[in-house]
Design a protein. Structure first.
Length: 366
């Protein structure tokens, strides 16, 4: 999110284009980035975002308050970009339409699928709002052409554009240790939520017990307690380590100790952790969901799981760790790939094209 706002700011600053970003997160850090990229919390009455399970009904109750805010903003905004679950705040989209603003819907993930995976009682409402948002948006941005189908956007494919904000600081995320010189550590980095499916990875460890392998779990979330219980039940206390969230600088050190990063997600957009690991020369084993298959070519720039069954995950981990030459060659190619495709210049070029279309003129000429 911060990457996106900084990128948008640099593209529109001093060019007469003003953007408001509506998301389901509220952060002082984001709000302070710039006065021209206004961050609006789509769920002002909620103490947590819908991504954390809060009711969609809260977005309805907040409509009046938000409408007043948007009226004050109407002359200071040309483009509205909705992201990070804000497509479910359908009242926001309707209000912006009434104010005749250009709407860009950026699907960094699939909030509808998240509701489904969590068996949220308001999943049918989320699905309906998702469809409505796609119909009303002027442009829809996704990370990969393959997401048009999986996000249910075929009927509005003419509006869809591919762009991403992902760009890495290669002075920070870099390879320090070659894969062959690293200990037998596999890692998981991310939220401990159902759609990320960390339980399957922990369950896979019981098939790898006693082989001198360690799983390091970085992140936190509602499934932490369930993971701790599994670790105890399987007797994996010495083979699974839960670190919680770690500072970014420390994360680089952990990537450089992993022989493999494993992401058995059930749904994804384009996870930063995949790109960060690749930049550190860490091979990634992941499910072919979201934009991951566009980044990871199986056996070339990473590895893809055929199933999220724990036994299959364990067999794949065992197979890859037994082939250090393959891990080393994939590490080299993954590193080269992210260095060429995930620079600021590459991301800016993609977003420049989207903004030019929406405004009807080049923002470089504004």
């Amino acid at each position: 999110m911060t990457n996106l706002l900084r990128l948008l700011l640099q593209l529109v600053e001093s060019r007469g284009v003003h953007i408001s970003v509506v998301s389901n997160v509220k952060s002082n850090e984001l709000a302070e980035i710039a006065y021209k990229v206004q961050v609006i919390n789509a769920f002002p009455e909620s103490t947590s975002s819908p991504d954390e399970g809060s009711s969609l009904l809260l977005t309805v109750r907040s409509a009046a308050e938000l409408f007043i805010y948007l009226l004050k903003l109407r002359n200071n905004c040309n483009i509205v970009l909705l992201t990070l679950g804000a497509e479910l705040a359908f009242h926001c989209i309707l209000l912006f339409k009434l104010l005749r603003k250009k709407i860009v819907l950026m699907l960094a993930g699939n909030a509808r699928v998240v509701y489904k995976q969590r068996k949220h009682p308001l999943y049918p409402v989320a699905a309906l709002f998702h469809v409505g948002a796609a119909l009303l948006a002027d442009r829809i941005v996704v990370y990969s052409p393959s997401l048009v189908e999986s996000y249910g956007l075929r009927h509005v494919a003419f509006k869809v554009r591919v762009a991403r904000e992902h760009h890495l600081n290669f002075n920070l995320f870099k390879r320090v240790t070659r894969v062959a010189e690293r200990p037998n550590i596999i890692g998981y980095v991310g939220r401990l939520h159902a759609e990320k499916n960390p339980l399957s990875l922990v369950k896979a460890m019981r098939y790898l017990k006693g082989r001198g392998l360690k799983l390091v779990v970085i992140g936190d979330g509602p499934l932490r307690g369930a993971i701790e219980r599994l670790v105890k039940a399987y007797g994996l206390e010495g083979e699974v380590e839960l670190l919680g969230w770690v500072p970014r600088e420390e994360l680089v050190r952990h990537y450089n100790r992993m022989k493999l990063l494993v992401l058995p997600s059930l749904t994804e957009g384009l996870p930063n952790v995949v790109l960060e690991a690749m930049a550190c020369g860490t091979p990634v084993l992941a499910t072919p969901v979201g934009a991951i298959p566009d980044i990871i070519r199986d056996g070339v720039t990473g590895f893809l799981l055929r199933s999220t069954e724990p036994k299959h995950i364990a067999e794949k981990i065992s197979e890859l760790l037994a082939n250090p030459e393959l891990l080393e060659s994939v590490s080299e190619r993954a590193l080269a790939f992210v260095r060429s495709h995930f620079t600021y210049e590459y991301a800016a070029r993609l977003w420049q094209s989207v903004l030019d279309e929406v405004t009807g003129k080049s923002v470089r000429e504004c």
